[in-house]
Design a protein around this ligand. Structure first.
Ligand SMILES: [Zn+2]
Length: 236
């Protein structure tokens, strides 16, 4: 059943909305208590042939919803994979059109974000208010534009470093080195050969479950932090 905030988000045309206090905020992880063992798996740079579908299969088998930060030109090339992500209950975020790192003037930054927003909307009928800057680059213009457009800037607290294609065992240990309740794990389903990410993912999931974690999307993670804060405020 949908929660009220999800219904509200759908009325507004968002795949999943986020509490307004996070609009324009920069988030590396949620501030949760140590016993709130939730973690968000995020996948960047897709949609991508083979690896996106493989990641989706693994998530489905494990009944996990993830968050996919998609590149606009890949959405244009592989729209059905984006539709599949939405159909299977995952959350989408904006990851620019070209995945550029260099400095962009305001018009170019606007294009990177707005054009991606448009292709997501044309493909799925949905909007997103989650943004992740390519490479985590904060000062090339895109983050400023995204914050002004009320996106939440979603970074990460646990980097798999899968983009440098480490051995599977190293990739897994990278994830768990910084894993913590409220954490955000960075992985990639696109942008290159992601066979090692696909190989590592089932063990990453199993290890988190063995440690008592459950998996949430980024909007769910932010909702949990928001509810904690309301709970603390009510107690005063
Ligand atoms: Zn990226």
């Amino acid at each position: 059943m949908l929660k009220s905030w999800q219904e509200e988000a759908q009325v507004k045309g968002f795949s999943d909305s986020i509490p307004s206090i996070f609009q324009g905020a920069i988030i590396e992880s949620a501030k949760l208590s140590p016993e709130q063992k939730v973690i968000a798996l995020t996948f960047d740079d897709g949609p991508w042939p083979e690896s996106t579908a493989q990641v989706l299969d693994i998530l489905k088998k494990n009944q996990i919803k993830g968050t996919f930060f998609v590149v606009g030109e890949n959405v244009k090339n592989f729209p059905n994979l984006l539709k599949q992500e939405i159909a299977e209950g995952h959350v989408i975020g904006n990851h620019t059109w070209h995945h550029w790192y260099q400095f962009l003037n305001p018009q170019a930054a606007a294009y990177e974000i707005d054009h991606t927003e448009d292709v997501i909307f044309k493909t799925t009928g949905l909007k997103t208010n989650l943004f992740r800057p390519p490479g985590g680059v904060m000062h090339n213009g895109v983050v400023d534009y995204a914050r002004n457009s009320k996106y939440a800037i979603i970074l990460w607290s646990s980097d798999s470093v899968d983009y440098s294609r480490p051995a599977v065992s190293r990739l897994i240990s990278n994830v768990f080195r910084e894993a913590k309740p409220g954490g955000i794990v960075l992985m990639h389903d696109g942008g290159g050969n992601r066979s090692r990410t696909v190989q590592a993912l089932p063990e990453i999931i199993a290890n988190f479950r063995n440690q008592g974690y459950r998996f949430v999307t980024i909007p769910e993670l932010l909702q949990i932090q928001d509810q904690n804060q309301k709970f603390i405020a009510n107690k005063k």
